[in-house]
Ligand binder design. Structure first.
Ligand code: GCO
Length: 457
C-alpha cells in the first residue's frame, strides 16, 4: 500500500454553503434570511460585504460543477436555503426554489457526482426571527422539521445523503450572545446565559425532529447525519495520562457537552449541566428521546483543536492556551493542529462510545493570504502544507482502524466568509469577484492529484 493511502471506496469531496456562494438573494421567490438582514446592517460585516452576489453560483452552477468534475471529486456537499423553499419560514412551498436544487442535482449527476445536502447552514428565514426570535422559540424546531419534510418529499428521489444542521453552536451561542456583541446572524444580544442554552436546546431538538422528518419523507433508503464543529481536545503528549485528561476535558467543554453529547448519547454531559446550574436549558419530557435519533454517520467540521495536559488540579486536566507565536492560518482562531482530525475521530469512537458510527470530515480547510500573480497563478503552498498535514492525520485514523469514511475540503471556491465578508479566502479556487472568474490555485491541482492517487501527495 502506498504511504498515506486511503481505501478504494473513500469519499473525496468539497463543501460549500448556500448563502456563501449562491447570490440571487431575491430571485425566483426567495425572501430574506437573517444573514441578508445581518450583512445589510451597518458595521456587522467587514467592508460592508453581503451575500447579495457572492459567487453568483445560482446562475453559474454549471460552470462550477464542470470544475468539480475536472478536480476529480465524486461527492459534493452543499446546503439548501430554507428561504428559497419556504420563504416566510412556515406555510406555502416555493416550487421555483425547489426547481433550482433539482437543476443543481441533475447537473451533478450528469457529471457522476453524488450530492450530499445540508438542510440548514445558518440562513434561516428573517420572517421567523421577526415572528418569534427564530431559535429562541421552541416553535422553530417544528417549523424546521416541516421545512425538512417539504424538501425531502420533493428532492428525496435525487438526494439520499442528508445532513440536518451545520454547527449548532455557531448560530445559537454566537448568534445570540449574552451581554456581548454577537458575531453571527441574527446578532441578537440576549440577557442571560440561560437564554443562550435554551436557544441551543431548541436547535438540538430541531435536529432530532429533522431526522424523523427525513426518514418519514424519503421515498427510499437514505443516510442521515448531523454536522458538528465540536472543540477537539488533543493530548499535548500522547501518553495514557494525557489522553485520559483530553477525554475528560472533551465532555466538559460547552459545545461538546451540550450538542454532540445529547445527540449521540441521549443526555447532556453531566459535568456541563453541573457547571451551568440554573443556566442549563429547560428540557421537556420527550425532548431527549426526540434528540437521540439513530444516525447513519456523523459529520465533523475540523479546524482546530485545544491542547490538553493532565493536571493535579481538581478537574484533573488543563486546557491550554496557544502561545502567542503558535502557527496559525489567516484567521485569528485558525491555529494549525493537524492532530485534531485524528483525535476528533477517537473522541467519537472512545469518549462518546460510538466505535460503530461512520465519520465524515465534512469540513477542513484554511484561509490564506492568497496572491493572484501577474501570470494568473496562485501559489498557495501554505494551504497545501495545512491540508497535507490534516489529511495525514485522517489517514492515520484509518490505518488504526477507526471508521473514517470521507473528507470534504472546505472550500471549493473563495466565498462569503460570514462576518469577515470576502476578505478571507478559503477556496482551492480563487474567486475574482469583480469578474466572477474562477482561477484554480495550486492547491486545486494538488488536491486533484491526491484524489487521483488516492493518497496524500
Ligand atoms: C464553519 C462554516 C463555514 C465557514 C468555514 C470557515 O464551519 O464555520 O461551516 O461556513 O465558512 O468553516 O470559517
Amino acid at each position: 500500500m502506498a504511504s498515506y493511502s486511503f481505501p478504494d471506496d473513500f469519499t473525496w469531496g468539497v463543501a460549500t454553503a448556500s448563502y456563501q456562494i449562491e447570490g440571487a438573494v431575491a430571485e425566483d421567490g426567495r425572501k430574506p434570511s437573517v444573514w441578508d438582514t445581518f450583512s445589510e446592517t451597518s458595521g456587522r460585516v467587514l467592508n460592508g460585504d453581503t451575500g447579495e452576489s457572492a459567487c453568483e453560483h445560482y446562475h453559474r452552477y454549471k460552470e462550477d460543477i464542470a470544475l468539480m468534475a475536472q478536480l476529480g471529486i465524486k461527492h459534493y456537499r452543499f446546503s439548501i436555503a430554507w428561504p428559497r423553499i419556504v420563504p416566510t419560514g412556515i406555510g406555502p412551498v416555493n416550487e421555483a426554489g425547489i426547481d433550482f436544487y433539482k437543476r443543481l442535482v441533475d447537473c451533478l449527476q450528469e457529471h457522476g457526482i453524488t450530492p450530499h445536502a445540508t438542510l440548514f447552514h445558518w440562513d434561516s428565514p428573517q420572517a421567523l426571527e421577526d415572528r418569534y426570535g427564530s431559535w429562541r422559540s421552541r416553535e422553530m424546531a417544528q417549523a424546521y422539521a416541516d421545512y425538512v419534510s417539504a424538501v425531502v418529499s420533493r428532492l428525496g428521489d435525487r438526494i439520499t445523503h442528508w445532513m440536518t444542521i451545520n454547527e449548532i453552536s455557531c448560530f445559537t451561542h454566537m448568534g445570540y450572545a449574552a451581554n456581548q456583541i454577537p458575531v453571527h446572524a441574527p446578532g441578537t444580544t440576549v440577557k442571560t446565559l440561560k437564554e443562550v442554552w435554551q436557544t441551543s436546546h431548541h436547535a438540538v431538538l430541531a435536529h432530532g425532529l429533522g431526522c424523523q422528518a427525513i426518514r418519514a419523507a424519503s421515498p427510499g433508503p437514505c443516510s442521515v447525519a448531523l454536522v458538528d464543529n465540536f472543540t477537539t481536545t488533543v493530548p499535548l503528549i500522547e501518553s495514557s495520562e494525557h489522553i485520559a485528561a483530553a477525554q475528560k476535558a472533551f465532555g466538559s467543554l460547552m459545545s461538546n457537552g451540550g450538542i454532540i453529547f445529547p445527540v449521540l448519547t441521549g443526555a447532556y454531559n453531566p459535568d456541563l449541566l453541573e457547571k451551568l446550574g440554573a443556566d442549563a436549558p429547560d428540557i421537556q419530557d420527550g425532548d431527549l428521546e426526540n434528540i437521540h435519533q439513530p444516525l447513519d454517520a456523523i459529520g465533523l467540521n475540523i479546524y482546530f483543536g485545544s491542547y490538553v495536559q493532565a493536571s493535579d488540579n481538581q478537574q484533573g486536566y488543563e486546557v491550554l492556551d496557544f502561545p502567542v507565536g503558535y502557527p496559525r492560518m489567516h484567521m485569528p482562531w485558525l491555529h494549525i493542529v493537524p492532530e485534531s482530525i485524528y483525535w476528533s475521530i477517537r473522541h467519537i469512537s472512545e469518549t462518546l462510545g460510538r466505535p460503530d458510527l461512520p465519520v465524515f470530515i465534512t469540513e477542513n480547510g484554511c484561509a490564506a493570504q492568497d496572491e493572484l500573480r501577474p501570470d494568473g497563478t496562485v501559489i498557495d503552498s501554505d494551504r497545501i502544507m495545512y491540508l497535507r498535514q490534516h489529511l495525514k492525520s485522517a489517514q492515520r485514523a484509518i490505518s488504526e482502524g477507526y471508521p473514517l469514511k470521507g473528507y470534504f475540503l472546505w472550500t471549493f471556491m473563495d466565498n462569503f466568509e460570514w462576518a469577515w465578508g470576502y476578505d478571507r479566502r478559503f477556496g482551492i479556487i480563487y474567486t475574482d469577484y469583480p469578474t466572477q472568474a474562477r482561477i484554480p490555485k495550486v492547491s486545486y491541482h494538488w488536491y486533484s492529484e491526491c484524489i487521483r492517487q488516492n493518497r496524500v501527495v
